[in-house]
Structures are given as structure tokens and as C-alpha cells.
Design a protein around this ligand. Sequence first.
Ligand SMILES: Cc1cc2nc3c(=O)[nH]c(=O)nc-3n(C[C@H](O)[C@H](O)[C@H](O)COP(=O)(O)O)c2cc1C
Length: 173
Amino acid sequence: MKKVFAISGSTKSSSTNALYISAISHLLGKDFEVSVFPTIADVPHFNPDLDLENQPKVVSDLREALQKADGIIISTPEYAMGLPGSLKNLLDWTVSSASFSGKPVLALVASTQGEKAHQSIIDVLTVLEAKVFSQLIPFAKAKINFEAKITDQETLTKLKNTIHAFVLALENE
Ligand SMILES: Cc1cc2nc3c(=O)[nH]c(=O)nc-3n(C[C@H](O)[C@H](O)[C@H](O)COP(=O)(O)O)c2cc1C
């Protein structure tokens, strides 16, 4: 059983990105155990003074979960032409721990437009040495229903291809 750790860049309770993570979990099927990081809103502001020792528990738990995962999913909205601050903050805590190094990461930007956040997540994950498989889903809310079924066929086909590439990388680990 492969372990996949998922992070939503949205702190919203009824989040479109959370629905996309559910859709991906379903498409991955039974051979994958997907656990979703529950506490992005509780990750403290990145502080270099606490980066190498005396990290907050939520940060050490996060790093451990990332380290144990065979692959990682990130699904995020775009906020004000970039990544949401809470997601960028979380990623900053993983620079020194190299938690993403060599890991396959399926990075989705599910937003209204999202081009800038899409470029940004590719840039950040590349600097973190992840193996990035990304997809931009503009007008994302209109392409998925409340049961987490993707209703737009073109998006679904493309996502299946992205997932396929992610799974191949994960199985070759
Ligand atoms: C503060 C704020 C800023 C936003 N800025 C952008 C933006 O720059 N580009 C964009 O495509 N969508 C922007 N949006 C729209 C969200 O990306 C969109 O509603 C997304 O579907 C929210 O995802 P969620 O439901 O997972 O939180 C913004 C939304 C908020 C709340």
C-alpha cells in the first residue's frame, strides 16, 4: 500500500480544493492510502530561529508525515495572483528539512484563473527538489460537484493523465 499525503492550500470549510483532493483519492483507488493534512490553519508563521531546533509540534509532525509519504498531493487556489500565504508558509518550513526532495508531487491549482499560482507552485516545488506533476484547473468550482465528481470531461481526462504520470513516478521510487 503506497502512502500519499495531501495538503489543501485552502483553509475554507467548504473548499473546492478539498473536493479535488477527494476526487483524486477516489481516482487513485484502493492501492493508495491518502491522508489529508488537517491543520494548515494551525501552522505558525515560519521563523528561522525555530527552523533547526525547538520546532513547533505541528511542524515536526508535518515534516515526519511528508518524510513517510511515498507521494504528495497539493491542491490550492490562487489568492491575489499568487499562492495563498498559508500554503507558502507551510512550504517555507520544509526548505531546511528537504521534506519534498525526490518525492513525486501532484500539484493542482483549482481556482478561478490560477496561472500565477500554477507557475509559483512549480517554481517552489522545483527549488524543493520535488518531482512535479502539475495541472491548472481554471473555473474549477464549475467543474466538480458536491459529491466530488468531476463533471467536465476534458478536465477529468487530463487529470487522469496527470495522475498516471504521478503514479508511475511513485511506483519507481
Ligand atoms: C482573498 C482571495 C483572493 C483571490 N484571488 C484570486 C486570484 O488572484 N486569482 C484567481 O484565480 N482566483 C482568486 N480567488 C478566487 C479563488 O481562487 C477561488 O474562489 C477558489 O475556487 C477558492 O478555492 P477553495 O474553495 O478551495 O478555497 C481569490 C479568492 C479569495 C478569497
